[in-house]
Design a protein. Structure first.
Length: 216
């Protein structure tokens, strides 16, 4: 069955692979599932045709036959459940991998996103420096816990899982901030994720969209 996902026609990250279609591309590459991509402008995302797929008018979405999904975490989970290799067979190990998926999206990602939003929307406010410090402290609290738990392991709980895929995706947004560099094991963890052939294929595919859109 053909799988179609949606992505930015012109990603504001200029090909850095930080928009959330990247994690969907990555999981599809991990399981060797071909997919089509429908590219959307910001305007098209808010039109009824797309809102019928995504209540909030955002990317990514996922279409597979009669099934339409939104929320990148739900899409990654759906794919990981239906293919071998991204969720352990053992029930307890599987539950722990799913817990890491939630941890990535519910506990680690929020302060990272809030920091990015503050950098865009609050830069000119009198409280900007203080707010940035508070958000960076929150991020460090999360990274400290994560770094302690990871230790010198390659992945969060045994073999690479959908939990690692989401956690690496979330941490990548800190690249260039200097914060990730304070945690050598987390920097190495992210680099291991980026070195995966499936990640590279996904990254190259979204970069090709950027190159085509911004060079024209
Ligand atoms: N919780 C949802 C999910 O995980 O799928 C969040 C989806 C979401 O935030 N989508 C964003 C979107 O459609 C794109 S990924 N925004 C348009 C809108 O809301 O109108 C967020 C994103 C955007 C840009 C960068 N960047 O430039 O670095 C990074 C991440």
């Amino acid at each position: 069955m053909t799988i179609t996902i949606t992505a930015f026609e012109r990603s504001p990250d200029r090909g850095k692979g930080l928009a959330r279609d990247m994690r969907v591309r990555w999981v599809l590459e991990e399981v060797g599932q071909p997919y089509d991509v429908r590219l959307l402008s910001f305007r098209a995302m808010k039109e009824p045709a797309h809102r019928a797929l995504h209540p909030f008018g955002q990317i990514p979405t996922y279409e597979e036959g009669d099934l339409v999904l939104f929320e990148s975490g739900a899409i990654v989970f759906h794919i990981a459940e239906r293919h071998a290799g991204l969720l352990p067979g053992d029930a307890n190990a599987r539950a722990r991998a799913i817990a890491w998926m939630f941890a990535a999206l519910n506990t680690v990602e929020p302060p990272i996103v809030e920091r990015d939003v503050a950098k865009i929307l609050e830069r000119d406010t009198p409280w900007y420096e203080q707010r940035l410090r508070l958000l960076e402290d929150s991020i460090r609290k999360r990274l400290g816990g994560l770094s302690d738990r990871l230790g010198d392991a390659d992945w969060l709980d045994g073999a690479f899982s959908a939990g690692d895929l989401l956690m690496v995706s979330v941490l990548l947004r800190l690249k260039g901030s200097g914060i990730l560099d304070e945690y050598a094991n987390l920097s190495a963890y992210v680099a291991r994720g980026e070195a995966r052939p499936a990640y590279k294929r996904a990254f190259d595919a979204q970069l090709a969209v950027f190159t085509a859109a911004w060079s024209g």
